[in-house]
Ligand binder design. Structure first.
Ligand SMILES: Cc1cc2nc3c(=O)[nH]c(=O)nc-3n(C[C@H](O)[C@H](O)[C@H](O)COP(=O)(O)OP(=O)(O)OC[C@H]3O[C@@H](n4cnc5c(N)ncnc54)[C@H](O)[C@@H]3O)c2cc1C
Length: 468
């Protein structure tokens, strides 16, 4: 079967762009979710073949062939999903889109940029910078994730609080449907209200409705000035209360990020700094014109000063701000390097609660893990109520801890849903959060399934993802 598949796919893309080599198939059998310690069962899944197209027409022919032969198709970008989105749980053809990585057009006149899905987020931003624009969503994986993967997962990040997630920047898509047809989801304009919003339907569809082969994004001007305020709070809940208060005040930070206790140690190490080791560290960034950024930072300071803080620093230098954010992004990973018996569990927990519930959620999440003896660092896009418990396993008690980690993860997600939130703010459902969808959406899940059936009646497009 494999040889026949190899032949058929080679006819479409050339044999140099197809592989059925077992070593290659192994490498394509996981993503960032299936980190070795998580669950050995995940490593049994192999694609039958991997194909690397370079044009939409090739993608269309591959999908048509798969449709006619009822073979699962799994689109894949950089594989940084932490929800198992591109794990081939039912075998099939992985369509690796990283060779479709061109910027087709930077249309400054119309404030649009057209790209292929495999372009890396940072590469796009580097190109846009010289025109004075940027693509604001800023996932921690910006150095290596693809824009196609960002669209398919509706990725967010540190700037979503002000600029929105990927969804808010997509103006039109070219999509190959599960039967091989190629559609454009809408005209590429800044404003539209005709017809159903197919663009928004495909954003966040996690490769289950079609393969995105071209993306039109709106251009956002780079802010003139950025001011970062870094604050160490003596109490985690206080940090949460301060966040709720800043949000209520009407100030709109361009980032509001939180790292708790252990993270301060590693941030100091990365920065060679001396921030006091308090309970939580908050990064509040404001941007716009110089006056606007500074005025907002001052207003935030008035709120912050009501709480017991151990440290506050204002930073206006762009390079220094970048250094601090890099340290924020590296804080959790660095921690496990300091403690040799700890390893990261790549589950990418990603729950969101209403902003008013942030203090309660922080406290409860900490308690849930502590009670089970699991080490966790809460790193958060806290301004959106989006909390990532960075879970660490003690390798000296691996078997015993693994079960407790699964229980704790389930508990925090259920807690978020009970508080009126969701199990995923930006990483998507994949295979890791399917059980929570009915609790969050109720009957609406049936509507989602009906849409899936209408667009993909043979269920070949990334089957087994999102829905149980
Ligand atoms: C260290 C680290 C930090 C991260 N930080 C963040 C963060 O701050 N915010 C955030 O939102 N995410 C974050 N992520 C998660 C992840 O990086 C994002 O979801 C990213 O957008 C995925 O892009 P990718 O190219 O790796 O996609 P992949 O992992 O390859 O694919 C993701 C999903 O999209 C589908 N897909 C990919 N390309 C296409 C396409 N062209 N057409 C249709 N479907 C497609 C796949 O089938 C899969 O379901 C982080 C991940 C890591 C490892």
């Amino acid at each position: 079967v494999k040889d026949k598949l190899f032949e058929s796919l080679s006819e479409i893309v050339g044999s140099e762009n197809v592989t059925i080599d077992p070593t290659d198939l192994y490498c394509y059998s996981f993503d960032a979710f299936s980190y070795p310690f998580i669950d050995k069962k995940l490593f049994k899944f192999r694609p039958t073949a991997v194909v690397m197209p370079t044009t939409t027409e090739q993608v269309s022919k591959i999908v048509k062939f798969a449709y006619e032969n009822r073979i699962p198709v799994i689109p894949k970008g950089a594989g940084t999903s932490i929800s198992g989105g591109s794990i081939p749980t039912q075998g099939g053809i992985i369509v690796d889109l990283t060779r479709m990585n061109k910027i087709k057009k930077i249309d400054v006149e119309n404030l649009l940029v057209v790209v292929e899905p495999g372009i890396i987020d940072d590469d796009l931003n580097l190109a846009l910078k010289s025109y004075g624009f940027f693509f604001p969503p800023d996932p921690g994986s910006h150095e290596y994730c693809t824009v196609g993967g960002m669209v398919a997962n509706n990725a967010g990040g540190m700037r979503a609080i002000k600029y929105g997630a990927t969804r808010d920047h997509v103006k039109s898509l070219e999509v190959v449907l599960p039967d091989g047809r190629i559609i454009r989801t809408s005209p590429s304009v800044l404003k539209i209200s005709s017809g159903y919003s197919l663009t928004q339907l495909f954003v966040g569809s996690e490769g289950t409705l079609g393969i995105i082969t071209e993306i039109t994004l709106k251009l956002t001007p780079l802010p003139e000035h950025r001011t970062l305020v870094v604050i160490a709070f003596k109490d985690l809940e206080d940090a949460g209360r301060c966040v709720s208060e800043i949000r209520k005040s009407g100030i709109i930070p361009s980032s509001l990020e939180l790292v708790e206790r252990y993270g301060i140690k590693t941030i100091n190490e990365i920065l060679k700094g001396n921030i006091p080791e308090a309970d939580a560290l908050l990064f509040a960034e404001f941007d716009g014109s110089f006056d606007e950024a500074v005025r907002q930072a001052k207003r935030a300071e008035e709120i912050i000063k009501k709480y017991e803080i151990a440290y506050i620093r204002f930073i206006d230098d762009e390079n220094e701000i970048e250094r601090f954010f890099k340290a924020r992004q590296g804080a959790a990973i660095r921690y496990i390097k300091l403690v040799p018996e700890l390893a990261r569990i790549g589950m990418g927990e990603d729950f969101v609660v209403p902003v008013s519930a942030v203090p309660k959620a922080l406290k409860k999440a900490r308690e849930i893990f502590e009670k089970k003896g699991i080490k966790v660092m809460l790193v958060s896009h806290i301004g959106d109520g989006n909390i990532h418990p960075f879970i660490m396993i003690d390798l000296t008690k691996k078997e015993e801890q693994w079960q407790k980690i699964l229980e704790a993860a389930r508990e925090v997600n259920n807690m978020a849903i009970e508080l009126g939130g969701t199990s995923s703010g930006e990483h998507g459902v994949g295979i890791s959060r399917r059980e929570f969808l009915p609790k969050e959406y109720g009957e609406a899940v049936e509507v989602m399934k009906a849409i899936k059936r209408a667009i993909d009646p043979e269920n070949i497009m990334n089957p087994g993802k999102i829905f149980e």
